[in-house]
Unconditional design. Sequence first.
Length: 154
Amino acid sequence: MTKMTLCLARENGKILLGKKKRGFGMGKWNGYGGKVHEGESWENAARREWMEETETDAASFVLRGVLRLEGESAEHEVIEMRIYEVREITLQPFETEEMEQKWFLDCALPYKQMWPGDRVWMPYFLAGKPFHGTFWYAGDRLLRHEIHEGLETK
């Protein structure tokens, strides 16, 4: 199982997203994150990935959700993703060779340019409710999902 983090900053009714210009997730708006290295804690991985991708720090990372992502492929990859809300940042959006960054109103997220499952779990995140669930994908296509309120960390 691959362990990954996803970090989302919110302030004043807006959420910060990045749009990948290359590699996995190219063309999709998403939060910031990546793989947890061996021996690294989830929160340390979240902070490291946030700093690498935004070039800034934040006061706190609050665990908000836990998702299990399963792919239907020969490898049948399974990812456990922990989603963090990033608080007290000093970042102004900027663009790099890898990513464009932009603040979106909570009520106007670009769901058509996001992963299909985001439309399912994002309302929990925006409402401040903890959540956990499982999402089954075939490539970029969401096949089915289960989602529940409350955190479940194994």
